[in-house]
Write a protein that binds this ligand. Structure first.
Ligand code: J2J
Length: 544
């Protein structure tokens, strides 16, 4: 059932009781967690933002700054339960802002720095956000103009807070004020934030995570990955993504009392000197980046010897690439297969080498329930591959405000249909074999074809479009848009289609890599476009 105020299905009472009794849900909140760490070890370094000038935050400083920012947000009317779209790169302010919101019980909605008008406009209106937090400029893009446009058409959006020069908006640095005793922060079973789903539909779904469930995924990950107060974690991927946030990520490291170091860009030229200077012990990468690092490390003059554990996940990591990582980087590999909806699998640090390079790990929790089923929903024989369904102490029971989608994305008895095709080895490790969902995994960045197809359909010369994945050595997959032009329409060039998509304002990674004009799509029996048929055509298609 849906709990009022939660706007999403949640765990039935008997499951919640079981997860508390088992000690998974510890009754903590993020705000309380930071307060406790700040009391226990105030002078330890929580956070390092190395660029452009190195800044550090002790646990006490982070705690105090979160309090002052929370008071300032509250003074501007941001209240418990309000949604706040946070779109910040890997900078210290990101961490301050989300802890300030956690304290109030306002819910961050984690946008990625790459998101543009299509995504941001949707998040702000669908979530009925009251505020939006941005950098002034990032990676050559001025976020203030986009914010002004979205604010003008989103009635709920009252505030835009800007890190840096605010332009017509409010400077984040003007917000903090002396804290006042605020009653009634969030409870452990209540929502902490809305995370983004990779998406399979026209619009991304929002994932409601509670303090209790997410904190379990953090400390559970910490135990498996060996995170403790001496861990120095480099946040290489966008900090808002679930992987670098929680597997074990910067939040896991803060939970353990370690140090999170924010990396402004993921390339070796940026990251390797930071690993040396900050004595980084752990980080997480998507497979294409792991490849680049593997190639660059032997040539690098930087001392990478502090690096102990490197997590790779987000997309399938090839066995050959996995074998080359440890010798090149001189650290241990942990594969991770996770999802923002919940379930996270890791290879273990004491797994044998074959298991580490050939599997994507096993679940965090003994109470992560795994079902591998055929198309009819019947469990397959042990070792056979099938659709992965899961339910457990940190896997959601439904998306936020999406009852229709929930009816098919979850089973009657609350299992999440991951859309992944896996098999289980004798040791209980999962091997990801493929995907049944209509999603493209472009080097860890997820694309819902329908979202991009809808943009292309707005082009006056386009009659129909279908976007499919084509194999790619580096990214794993790239995107190919098959376009059928309207009868009598002027012929288009592939570049014109890409430009059209870009100009509508969407994350650059969603712009089709390839565009091909066809007269008809392959059809399935029931007359729907066959993505499978298109993919096999694509495998032989000439690339543009
Ligand atoms: C194959 N496919 C994988 C892997 C994820 C940790 C790590 C990753 C994510 C993540 C995450 C894969 N091999 N090792 O949230 O906490 C694909 C699957 C999965 C989808 C989830 C975390 N690791 N995938 O990638 O929500 O298809 O989370 O269902 O972005 O990525 O995507 P996302």
């Amino acid at each position: 059932a849906t709990t009022p105020g939660l706007d999403a299905p949640t765990w039935p009472a008997e499951f919640a009781e079981r997860y508390r009794a088992a000690g998974y849900w510890r009754g903590e909140t993020f705000g309380g967690m930071l307060r406790e760490r700040a009391a226990a070890h105030p002078e330890r370094t929580a956070l390092v933002d190395p660029a452009p000038a190195r800044r550090t935050w002790t646990y006490r400083e982070l705690d105090e700054r979160a309090d002052r920012l929370a008071a300032g947000f509250a003074a501007r009317g941001i209240a418990k339960g309000d949604r706040v779209v946070v779109q910040l790169p890997n900078i210290g302010e990101f961490i301050e802002v989300v802890f300030a919101l956690f304290r109030i019980g306002a819910l961050p909605v984690y946008a990625l720095p790459a998101h543009r008008e299509t995504e941001i406009g949707y998040f702000c209106s669908f979530a009925e956000a009251t505020a939006y937090v941005i950098p002034d400029r990032h990676a050559g893009f001025d976020h203030r103009a986009l914010a002004a446009k979205v604010k003008a058409r989103t009635p709920s959006l009252r505030h835009v807070f800007v890190v840096g020069d605010p332009g017509e908006h409010t400077a984040l640095s003007d917000v903090p004020c002396d804290p006042v005793a605020t009653p009634g922060g969030p409870k452990p079973h209540e929502l902490a934030f809305l995370q983004l789903s990779g998406g399979t539909t026209g619009v991304p779904k929002l994932i409601p995570r509670t303090h209790d469930d997410y904190l379990y995924s953090l400390w559970g990950s910490n135990e498996i990955c060996g995170v403790d107060a001496d861990t120095r974690f480099l946040v290489v991927l966008p900090a808002a993504h679930n992987f670098p946030m929680s597997s074990p990520g910067w939040l896991g490291v803060l939970y353990a009392g370690g140090t999170a170091v924010l990396c402004p860009r993921p390339d070796p030229a940026t990251a390797f000197p930071l690993i040396e200077r900050e004595r980084i012990t752990m980080t997480g990468l998507v497979p294409p980046l792991a490849l680049v690092w593997t190639e660059a490390a032997p040539e690098s003059a930087c001392d990478l010897s502090s690096l102990d554990v490197l997590l790779v996940g987000g997309a399938k990591y090839s066995e050959q690439a996995a074998r080359r990582l440890e010798p090149a980087l001189g650290c241990r590999l942990q594969q991770v297969f996770g999802m923002a909806e919940g379930l996270v699998n890791y290879t273990r640090l004491d797994d044998d080498q074959e298991t580490v390079v050939t599997t994507q790990g096993r679940p965090i929790s003994p109470d992560d329930e795994i079902r591998i089923v055929d198309a009819a929903g019947q469990e397959v024989a042990e070792g056979e591959f099938g659709h992965l369904l899961t339910r457990g102490p940190y896997t959601i029971r439904g998306y936020w405000r999406a009852p229709e989608h929930n009816a098919t994305a979850f089973t009657q008895d609350g299992f999440y249909r991951t859309g992944d095709i896996v098999r289980r080895t004798g040791t209980g490790h999962l091997v990801v074999e493929g995907r049944a969902k209509d999603q493209i995994n472009r080097g860890g960045e997820k694309i819902a074809p329908e979202e991009v197809e809808n943009l292309i359909l707005a082009h006056p010369a386009v009659h129909d479009v279908s976007i499919v994945a084509v194999p790619d050595d580096y990214l794993g997959e790239r995107t190919l848009a098959y376009v059928i032009l309207r009868e009598g329409a002027e012929p288009l060039k592939p570049a014109a289609v890409k430009r059209f998509v870009r100009e509508r304002g969407i994350a650059a990674y969603k712009v089709p890599d390839l565009v091909e004009f066809v007269d008809a799509f392959p059809q399935t029996g029931i007359g729907k476009v066959s993505k499978k048929g298109l993919r096999s055509t694509a495998a032989t298609a000439e690339q543009h």
